[in-house]
Design a protein around this ligand. Structure first.
Ligand code: NDP
Length: 445
């Protein structure tokens, strides 16, 4: 058995009940076989065994009271996965599906994503099985306060810097930051995604979506294509989906469908983003309300059928494993030429195989959605300097980072003999930076 297979065996045995984590690890390790052949020193120093094991995993009780005065208990997580190249960095997810395996898959991906940005950030992730949907602002505040009364002792602006993810937006970051500031009696950039009045960065809110479109634009350029006149499907209607849609329109494309976990809307004339922003950002409503304002649009309750619509470009921006093999085949058969992942691991391994076999431009999340954490890194820089850059400055830096990430993927995939394969490119380029650093720091580093 090869070194990679040996390590995969260990991971499977040790984490048998965490399918999402196993899926993420297998995808990365499969890409690394040629790297390991070329660098036997990684095996000698146990780099793979070490990189698949989180440095620290914290699980804690989060008690809070609801508006009726009842006591509720949720579970909180922070997985500090790898700090070789900088403080742990990665978002917090509040969603009922959260358990340790989801946080570990996200934390593992984050190591390589953060390395690809070129900024000094290690990998981490956290969250809770708390569901903010349907909760009042006061309930969310009480939950966030309780969550932070444990989390604060593990994080810090030089140690671990959380941000948002599914279910954690500006409101939640505000309550979390307020509690941290009060307990620690210090005002530091310990969280990113902060409000503009209290240390946030312009463009952070837009960054993941914009970055995903910038990355996809770079992929399209390699085939002499661009977004102009293209029909695009963007799944989700949260932070990433909304700002991916905004950038698609800026670049001359048309978004024809969006969704939430209940269903999707199809608007062949082009989704009116102001309506979506009003429903989702202002009223915290459901996407089906869209058709009340746009009678020509259609609502369909079967969320996954969104991928059966004909489009040129797909930007899955909702959640993990939302595109399976059948959905990928439908996209390919309908003439889709590019897939840029706004979400983390939205395509199953079988779906990815379909895209690669059909030579679709396929940008994996750890590269294509790295714009969010990149701009979080820029927020940290501004906090350290105690000044704020303009919108144009941040956007220009974000754009350049996405161009650089694309180039790193292209270079690594060429060097290791799989040109055009962005999965291998992203995994190898991210891995080499972290693995070489781990070599420098020694096995106890
Ligand atoms: P939000 O909570 O703002 O939005 C998530 C969207 O996806 C909502 O429309 C939600 O619908 C939908 N969704 C969530 N779960 C499911 C599901 N199981 N089935 C169908 N739809 C679902 O989250 P974000 O936009 O921040 O995150 C979206 C994705 O992007 C995630 O994979 C996240 O990890 C990834 N990401 C986010 C970054 C960021 O900066 N925010 C950075 C990098 C990656 P509903 O409201 O019905 O739940």
């Amino acid at each position: 058995m090869s070194y990679v297979e040996d390590v995969l065996g260990i991971v499977e045995k040790r984490n048998a009940n965490e399918p999402e984590f196993l899926q993420a690890v297998k995808e990365v390790l499969d890409s690394l076989k040629p790297v390991i052949d070329k660098h036997p020193e990684f095996k000698n120093e146990g780099i793979l065994e070490r990189i698949v094991e989180p440095e620290r995993q914290i699980i804690f009780r989060v008690p809070w009271t609801d508006d009726q005065g009842n006591t509720q208990v949720n579970r909180g997580f922070r997985v500090e996965f790898n700090s070789a190249i900088g403080p742990y960095k990665g978002g917090l997810r509040f969603h009922p599906s959260v358990y340790l395996g989801i946080i570990k898959f996200l934390g593992f991906e984050q190591i390589f994503k953060n390395a690809l940005t070129g900024l000094p950030m290690g990998g981490g992730k956290g969250g809770s099985d708390f569901d903010p949907k349907g909760k009042s602002d006061r309930e969310v505040m009480r939950f966030c306060t309780s969550f932070m009364t444990e989390l604060f002792r593990h994080i810090g602006h030089n140690t671990d810097v959380p941000a948002g993810d599914i279910g954690v937006g500006a409101r939640e970051i505000g309550y979390l930051f307020g509690t941290y500031k009060k307990i620690k009696n210090e005002f530091t950039g310990v969280l990113t995604g902060k409000g503009l009045n209290w240390g946030g960065s312009l463009i952070r809110k837009e960054a993941t979506g914009y970055g995903c479109v910038y990355f996809t634009q770079e992929m399209l350029k390699t085939k002499g294509e661009d977004f102009k006149g293209k029909d695009v499907i963007v799944s989700g209607s949260g932070n990433v989906a909304i700002y991916a849609t905004e950038k698609v329109y800026e670049l001359g494309g048309k978004v024809i469908a969006m969704c939430d976990s209940n269903g999707y809307v199809h608007d062949p004339e082009g989704i009116d983003l102001n309506i979506v922003k009003d429903i989702k950002e202002v009223r915290r409503g459901r996407i089906k309300e869209y058709v009340e304002k746009r009678p020509n649009a259609k609502y369909n309750e079967n969320f996954s059928e969104i991928w059966k619509l004909k489009c040129d470009i797909a930007l899955p921006s909702a959640t993990q494993n939302e595109i399976d093999k059948a959905s990928a085949e439908a996209l390919v058969n309908n003439g889709c030429i590019a897939v840029g992942e706004g979400a983390n691991m939205p395509c199953t391994p079988e779906a990815v195989d379909v895209f690669l076999a059909n030579k679709i431009l396929y940008g994996p999340g750890k590269a294509a959605n790295a714009g969010g954490v990149s701009t979080s890194g820029l927020e940290m820089t501004q906090n350290s300097m105690r000044l704020a850059w303009t919108r144009e400055e941040v956007d220009q830096k974000l754009h350049q980072i996405m161009v650089n990430i694309h180039q790193s993927c292209v270079d690594a995939s060429n060097e290791y003999g799989t040109p055009g394969n962005y999965v291998n490119g992203a995994n190898i380029a991210g891995f080499l930076k972290v693995a070489n650093t781990m070599m420098d720091l020694g096995i106890y580093g």
